[in-house]
Design a protein around this ligand. Structure first.
Ligand SMILES: [Zn+2]
Length: 236
């Protein structure tokens, strides 16, 4: 009897691990990179708008580049002027959640509200949702489908949350970038504006044009790409 009770947390852990593997790591069924033969990439910024948004918009304007911002509801409420500035500059604005909370910490009814929230909810779609920390599972995918949202991930991380210098981060990011890549950056870290400037120079040297995510466009992650992602996230 006592051993039976231990099975419950064990099964919950196993389910959480499996959801993490299928959802976050493999990303099967979510949107990932675009056409690998077309010389375009998408630069994406999570977590804004915030104190760094102005600098990012200035760097993008200087290079005549387009980007996609995945914004959260609290950040939009705190900085409506910056949200407007993103849109007026021609950048794409998509959802990063009503709360910046990992899906595993949201009961289903809260995850429904999380997935449904979108800064352009009244405009015609498609509407993309990028889960905080990339954390999502089959339930997220189902809720997104019901809410007419598409889960959008990435294939290259700028790693701008680490303490590494911008030059090193730019070199590592460019080494992993291929045609069709969706590059994950953040609207917040102090290193990101300089990193962005270096990336834009490097992308131009490689003949890769930064476009809005909707113009890439991202493709659904299939079995092969999913396996590659699992290997990259657990085997590196
Ligand atoms: Zn985030």
């Amino acid at each position: 009897m006592r051993r039976g009770w231990l099975l419950i947390p064990g099964a919950a852990l196993l389910a959480a691990g499996l959801a993490d593997l299928l959802g976050r790591a493999a990303g099967w069924g979510a949107l990932g990179p675009g056409d690998r033969t077309s010389p375009r990439v998408a630069l994406t910024f999570d977590d804004g708008p915030g104190e760094r948004t102005g600098e990012l918009l200035a760097v993008l304007a200087r290079h005549g580049a387009a980007a996609t911002f995945f914004v959260t509801a609290p950040a939009c409420a705190a900085h409506p002027d910056l949200l407007r500035a993103m849109g007026e500059a021609g950048h794409e604005i998509e959802a990063h959640g009503r709360w910046h909370t990992h899906a595993l910490h949201l009961p289903p009814w809260r995850e429904w509200a999380q997935v449904q929230w979108h800064p352009r909810a009244t405009e015609p779609g498609p509407h993309l949702y990028r889960p905080p920390y990339g954390g999502h599972g089959p339930l997220t995918r189902l809720l997104a489908r019901l809410a007419r949202r598409q889960v959008a991930l990435w294939d290259v991380e700028g790693r701008d949350w680490t303490a590494a210098p911008a030059a090193d981060l730019a070199a590592q990011t460019l080494a992993r970038t291929r045609p069709g890549s969706v590059i994950l950056l953040h609207d917040g870290p102090s290193v990101t504006p300089e990193l962005l400037g270096r990336l834009l120079v490097g992308l131009r040297e490689r003949g890769l044009a930064p476009v809005l995510l909707r113009d890439l466009p991202p493709r659904r992650i299939g079995w092969r790409e999913g396996l590659r992602r699992v290997r990259a996230s657990y085997g590196r």
